[in-house]
Design a protein around this ligand. Structure first.
Ligand code: ADP
Ligand code: MG
Length: 189
């Protein structure tokens, strides 16, 4: 329902024997969507290719199948959308409207640094949904680097505080699944 996922990915397709840093039982539990009912968040952290977007989409599809509205976009896209609303003087209205969508997915926090306005918009989004509706956020950067991404340690700390208070945080590690069949000279044959 109005999700616009960049690809179709499912939990069933996820190879937990390749990605050993996430517990399958935990992901399967998330797939049962108790976090949505509880209005909790899910944060997926890890380097490129470790399966963050895959898991975010797969959980989003689960929510769709359960009849919940889901909206998927990158952090940059969310900030652009909220920036438009702000310029038209209807940011609060837009944030309130988004609360009718129980699950927002914010993909790729950290690939592109935010200016101060973008950082404030991102903070507004996290803050408006705190204890009201769920977010799934993915980032290639650890929380310790978010101050740098957002150009402001105080805004970043306040955002992280609200984001993680009721959240499942998954730290994905390891090599990129995209490069799994390439010999990059890293691992012995
Ligand atoms: P990230 O968002 O962490 O950069 P993606 O989730 O986009 O990585 O994963 C990159 C590609 O590899 C996608 O096509 C995804 O479906 C696939 N992929 C990643 N990890 C796994 C996995 N453990 N099992 C199956 N496919 C995976
Ligand atoms: Mg990704």
């Amino acid at each position: 329902k109005q999700a616009r996922f960049p690809a179709r990915k499912t939990l069933e397709e996820f190879d937990f024997s390749f990605q050993r840093s996430v517990q399958k039982t935990l992901v399967v539990h998330l797939g049962q969507l108790d976090f949505l009912t509880a209005k909790d968040n899910v944060v997926l952290l890890g380097p490129p290719g470790t399966g963050k977007t895959h898991l975010a989409i797969a959980l989003g599809i689960r929510a769709c199948l359960a009849g919940q509205r889901v909206a998927f976009a990158t952090a940059t896209e969310w900030v652009a959308r909220l920036g438009d609303a702000q310029r038209q003087g209807r940011l609060d209205e837009e944030l309130r409207r988004l609360l009718w969508t129980p699950l927002l997915i914010v993909d790729e926090v950290g690939y592109i640094p935010f200016d101060a306005q973008a950082a404030n918009l991102m903070f507004s989004l996290v803050s408006s949904r705190y204890e009201r509706a769920s977010l799934i956020v993915t980032s290639n950067k650890p929380f310790s680097a978010w101050g740098e991404i957002f150009g402001d340690e105080v805004v970043a700390a306040a955002m992280i505080d609200r984001l993680v208070h009721h959240a499942e945080i998954l730290s994905l590690k390891g090599d990129s699944y995209r490069l799994r069949d390439r010999d990059l000279g890293g691992r012995p044959p």
